[in-house]
Design a protein around this ligand. Structure first.
Ligand SMILES: *Cc1c(COP(=O)(O)O)cnc(C)c1O
Length: 378
């Protein structure tokens, strides 16, 4: 027997209430019973998204919601501005390419946050830009971007602001309406503490203006169809019924704790993790812009990063993430989002120490755990 710990930036662990909800018998979706569930999900999502606008629920992973945002806003030949500072920023560029959108790219060095003023400059320089695509938390590098400042700049232009908040929503603050975010995209398996399979999008009035005119081919992901159905508290196709029932349980937990407390918990988990890896002599990958969602740290010289992650998982049951693409083998990523508490972090750091020690890395055994405990005792 072995106990497993999941400290990855998606999927994240499931609270027991969420797991229990998924074991219930299936119900039919064209029923008053499911309508009540959909209504409750809408209200809960609006609370977490901090919006008064509709939030659409798709049966897809987060990327499906990204694609839905892009194809509903833009037509082939249109121009978009994309902030690219890691693997998930690049995903916007790839989707844009697939649909014949011209991309202006702000290439941000991996590990850095975008300078919001650069977005203003680009928008001024090219009035053809219809949409700005950004990322709240760039999960590949651990960086959090200043969406509030970006929203301040974009709101005074003709452009629509889209935020990929797949890994930040329900973990760090994102005031969709107050910060003028037109479309916020998210997914179920990160801060929302659900299994993968749901995508979400909130849509502002300004965004609907573009959606009315977009000519990109679409059928399943057509937001106009989704809006028409939602007006009758319905969905255009069979929704992921069981996941939506589980969603309500997750939203209840967030509501009961209160968003502010949820953010504070994430901050504490992140501070403890950052303190621990630094105490072990590991360098933070994003020292100035690290998020409270996931911490990326450089693998010390002489240590095989892929083997480190693999050994933690296969020998001790503690799953963290390695680096992607250019960071493969060079960083480890420890997620602290969703249903994660103090002793999950302690277990994760303790395992990291054990494997680093076995691999011959020299440090004071226990120094990482001690640093984390000191943060928790504060
Ligand atoms: C996980 C993640 C995605 C991809 O979501 P999928 O659910 O795997 O499609 C996109 N963007 C960010 C920032 C993510 O963390």
């Amino acid at each position: 027997m072995r106990k497993n710990y999941l400290l990855t930036p998606g999927p994240t662990p499931l609270p027991p209430q969420v797991q229990e909800a998924m074991a219930r018998p299936i119900i039919h979706h064209r029923t008053p019973q499911f309508q009540a569930i959909l209504k409750e999900a809408q209200e809960g999502l609006k609370y977490v998204f901090q919006t008064k606008n509709d939030v659409f629920i798709l049966a897809s992973s987060g990327t499906g919601a990204m694609e839905a945002a892009l194809i509903n806003l833009l037509s082939s030949g249109d121009t978009a501005l994309i902030v690219q500072g890691g693997k998930f920023g690049e995903r916007w560029t790839e989707i844009a390419k697939a649909y014949g959108i011209n991309s202006e790219i702000i290439d941000v060095e991996w590990g850095q946050a975008v300078n919001p003023l650069d977005i203003g400059k680009k928008l001024k320089g090219n009035p053809k830009i219809k949409v700005v695509f950004t990322t709240l938390c760039e999960t590949s590098t651990g960086v959090v971007n200043d969406i509030k400042a970006i929203g301040e700049i974009v709101k005074n232009t003709q452009a629509v602001l889209v935020v990929d908040a797949i890994s930040g929503l329900g973990a760090v603050d994102l005031k969709t309406d107050d910060w003028s975010c037109d479309i916020v995209v998210s997914g179920s398996q990160k801060g929302l503490m659900l299994p993968p399979g749901l995508g979400f999008l909130s849509v502002s009035q300004k965004a609907w203006g573009l959606i009315e005119n977009s000519k990109s081919p679409r059928y399943y992901l057509d937001l106009k169809k989704a809006r028409k159905a939602l007006e009758k508290t319905d969905t255009p196709f069979t929704p992921a019924i069981t996941l939506i029932i589980a969603l309500i349980e997750a939203l209840k937990i967030i509501k009961q704790d209160g968003l502010e407390n949820v953010f504070l918990r994430h901050r504490k988990m992140a501070e403890a993790t950052r303190a621990a890896v630094k105490a072990l002599g590991l360098e933070l990958f994003a020292p100035s812009a690290g998020s409270d969602v996931v911490t990326a740290a450089r693998v010390p010289a002489g240590i095989d990063g892929e083997k480190l992650v693999k050994t933690m998982r296969d020998t001790y049951g503690v799953t963290i993430a390695g680096g992607q693409d250019e960071l493969k083998g060079k960083v480890i990523r420890i997620a602290h989002m969703g249903f994660i508490e103090e002793f999950d972090i302690i277990a994760g750091i303790s395992c990291l120490e054990k494997v680093l020690s076995v691999m011959g890395y020299k440090f004071n055994l226990g120094s990482g755990v001690k640093a984390a405990e000191e943060v928790f005792l504060k």
